[in-house]
Design a protein around this ligand. Structure first.
Ligand code: GDP
Length: 508
């Protein structure tokens, strides 16, 4: 029997404290020895690649990575999601590979835009959420206001698991409501949780609050949490070490083990013997010298062994996975064995794509990895027109990686790229230059959005396509796409061609 697995992500709005919390979780989990190493390592890695300069300049994190640590016999796989809202597509896909999530909220700000968006994605897949209200060492909003906001905005039952005794200047520690133990700030700087006191005497107003809260909010119910109906709420300060240890314990105690994955012809159960996994991310050119690509595969069933042959659905030929990589926080380690819930990095030369299922059993296809309709479309204009071939290669590569989507219009030779956020455009141009030596400009395109078109009746589809050839394109997999000048036009056309489906997402 493998050790239990907890595969999770942290979702938050930028600045809520995700990096700090990640660092502390890894520290408590024994994966790093000095706080600060996560960022330092990140910076080294960043320096290697030019395009990543954007990330430095803007102080955001563009790449996701995987961090594994073990604590008290439980293996934790933490999948990092890029924090910037422009990278939501990548983030969405990463969330398809987790079994649960920790939602970090700034105690002074409550639920912010990005938290809410990411939460909605979790809800789509019933991913259970543990909430961490961070920064209680600073002035924050009243506890009840925060709890009610989580309950109202996210339509979840909330169950406070701990309670901050004061915030900011009056901060005196965090009380564990189950054990009735308080962790007090300690030392000259009152920085770290020091003294733990049993059944402490509390300020009267705090004692009253807690009594009210325990009467007013739902009791903890592990099943409701796992069904995505209830969120346990922890208060703390990632910076000052209040909370990270409790979060790890909560993940170990309550968070779900690897779940069945939606798939065709039938869901894949974690206890199936055959190895099945899916690629949720591809990262190319991590090392510009080698042009390597790493496909990140989430293992859904079976015991993976090094050298094993897996068949990517749809491509036919089995590939032998000789040098899989497990991502530990400090090092990449070669994996000999991996279990459901684990993430394996598979080096390859472009054969593996986001959305691919890899299995010992032919014909299985994990479903539910969406492509999103782009919200910004641009025409790509080459500075040097002799570089068409290189451009095509670059666009194919980058769309495989999920950095952009590419559309090849039926008429005309100007390829159109689509993104969900502005920042992706900067990344595109800078990677074209740095990695493919292709100078290009992005020009306005007449289109505003795109829809994947299908129809049960092939003549209906053909009729539509014949009459709208000027607005048709193919995506990189050859699927027909309708390029629209506005969302209004999509509605208008969809009304006129009721037998054709215009989809804003496409499952791969
Ligand atoms: P991210 O953008 O969500 O990754 O946020 P960071 O972890 O980079 O934190 C943003 C800022 O908030 C940084 O300046 C952190 O030092 C600070 N911060 C994070 N956690 C805490 C906390 O618990 N208390 C206080 N006072 N500051 C914090």
């Amino acid at each position: 029997m493998p050790s239990p697995r907890r595969t999770f992500a942290i979702i938050s709005h930028p600045d809520a404290g995700k990096t700090t919390l990640t660092e502390k979780l890894l520290y408590v989990g024994g994966a790093i020895h000095l706080a600060g190493e996560v960022k330092a390592r990140g910076q080294n890695r960043r320096a290697r690649s030019d395009w990543m300069k954007i990330e430095q300049q803007r102080g955001i994190s563009v790449t996701s990575s995987v961090m594994t640590f073990e604590k008290d016999g439980v293996f934790f796989n933490l999948l990092d999601t890029p924090g910037h809202e422009d990278f939501s597509e990548d983030t969405y896909r990463t969330l398809t590979a987790v079994d649960s999530a920790v939602m970090v909220i700034d105690a002074a700000r409550g639920i912010e835009a990005q938290t809410r968006k990411l939460f909605e994605v979790c809800r789509l897949r019933n991913v259970p959420i543990i909430t961490f209200v961070n920064k209680v060492d600073r002035e924050g909003r009243p506890v009840f206001e925060l709890l009610d906001e989580i309950a109202d905005v996210l339509a979840l039952d909330v169950c406070p698991m701990s309670w901050p005794v004061g915030m900011g200047g009056t901060f005196e520690g965090v009380l564990d409501l189950k054990t009735n133990r308080i962790s007090r700030p300690d030392g000259d700087s009152r920085n770290f949780q020091g003294r733990v006191e049993e059944a402490p005497e509390l300020p009267v107003d705090v004692a009253e609050e807690i009594e009210l809260a325990q009467a007013g909010y739902a009791a903890f119910d592990a099943e409701a949490y796992r069904a995505g109906d209830l969120t346990p709420v922890y208060f703390g300060s990632a910076l000052k070490d209040f909370g990270p240890a409790e979060l790890i314990a909560a993940l170990a105690d309550f968070a779900p083990p690897p779940r069945p994955q939606p798939a065709e012809p039938a869901p894949v159960q974690p206890d199936e013997k055959d190895v099945t996994g899916f690629v949720f991310k591809v990262q190319a050119n991590m090392d510009p010298q080698h042009r390597d690509r790493i496909a990140f595969m989430r293992l859904c069933s079976g015991t993976f062994k090094r050298g094993m042959k897996l068949t990517p659905t749809g491509h036919g030929k089995p590939i032998a996975v000789h040098s899989p990589i497990l991502f530990f926080a400090q090092d990449r380690e070669i994996a000999d064995e991996a279990f459901p819930g684990d993430i394996i990095g598979i080096p390859n030369h472009g054969t593996l794509r986001v959305g691919d299922t890899l299995s010992e059993k032919p014909g299985v296809r994990i479903t539910g990895l969406p492509n999103f309709a782009p919200e910004i479309l641009r025409r790509v204009a080459l500075k040097d027109p002799t570089k068409t071939k290189q451009l095509r290669k670059a666009l194919d590569d980058l769309s495989e990686e999920g950095v952009i989507q590419v559309f090849y219009p039926e008429i005309g030779s100007n390829w159109i790229i689509g993104v969900v956020g502005q920042l992706q455009l900067d990344v595109l141009l800078s990677r074209l230059e740095a990695e493919y030596k292709v100078g290009a400009n992005l020009e306005a395109s007449p289109y505003d959005t795109a829809r994947w078109i299908t129809a049960a009746d092939p003549t209906a589809l053909k009729d539509f396509m014949d009459l709208n050839r000027g607005a048709l394109a193919k995506d990189r997999d050859g699927n027909p796409v309708f390029l629209a000048k506005s969302a209004w036009e999509v509605g208008y056309i969809a009304d006129r061609y009721s037998k054709v489906t215009f989809a804003a997402t496409r499952e791969r």
